[in-house]
Design a protein around this ligand. Sequence first.
Ligand SMILES: Nc1cnc(-c2cc(N)nc3[nH]ccc23)cn1
Length: 284
Amino acid sequence: QFHMIKYEDLKWDESLGQGSFTRIYRGHKTDIRDGENYTTEVLLKELDAGHKNCWESFFESASLMSQISHKHLLLVYGVSVHGVQNIMVQEFVKYGALDLYLKRGRSVSVSWKLDVAKQLASALNFLEEKHIVHGNICAKNLLLAREGDQSQGISPFIKLSDPGISVAMLVVLDRIPWVAPEVLDAPDDLTLECDKWSFGATVWEIFNNGNSPLQGWDLDEKRQFYESFQKLPPSQWAELADLITQCMDYQAALRPSCRSIIRQLNSLITSDYEILHSTEPVTQ
Ligand SMILES: Nc1cnc(-c2cc(N)nc3[nH]ccc23)cn1
């Protein structure tokens, strides 16, 4: 259900690190269209040969992203199989993962962060309308295609990346607090509400300069966080903290719809928080 790309049409450039069970590289793919040779910069995601058992979830996530197209969803060109190697070929998104971008200390404005949150909410709204669960919403899976330039009135532009290896494959505990609490009991039936919870945790990250919530907590402490219905430290911006709390409601059915999330983000954007409070909303 997705395009097969010939291995010989791919060229590997530098390694860009590795994810769980995968290694990623910058590269190029060549296509021939009306007799012309075109090369496109791509991201090559190799699945470790040793993890054959999770290749179906690897391809599942690839096919999920290639079934639908939306401006804020990462474009997957296809897959290439070469012997024991499985390679996913994705569009190359210039500035990479948002969590690393924010951690690198780029000081971005409140309106920049709200703009990014709204773009993510519109991608989620699109997926909700298609009844497609992403399952791995977090700042690491948000790719920055355009940095934006406040002085020129150019906004940032993000793309939501593929979910990667399914949640059930990864240690679900390790994904606390992005993974919804109900997933711990039933890792196989992810729902749209799970993505709402993750959206809340991701907005928390964006407003905390890419720092992971519960950073450094061990698995027991993380499990305890859910078992005692704890919440992430609230932002001092009450309306923002309120939206995050609504999304991270322990009762899945009470989480807001995407339309409500977008409406609340719009009112945050119009509220002149930044003018009223010259500093960034600092959260403990
Ligand atoms: N679909 C994707 C995914 N990641 C990138 C990317 C870009 C960059 N500048 N540095 C990186 N470092 C690691 C990954 C990456 C690009 N495109």
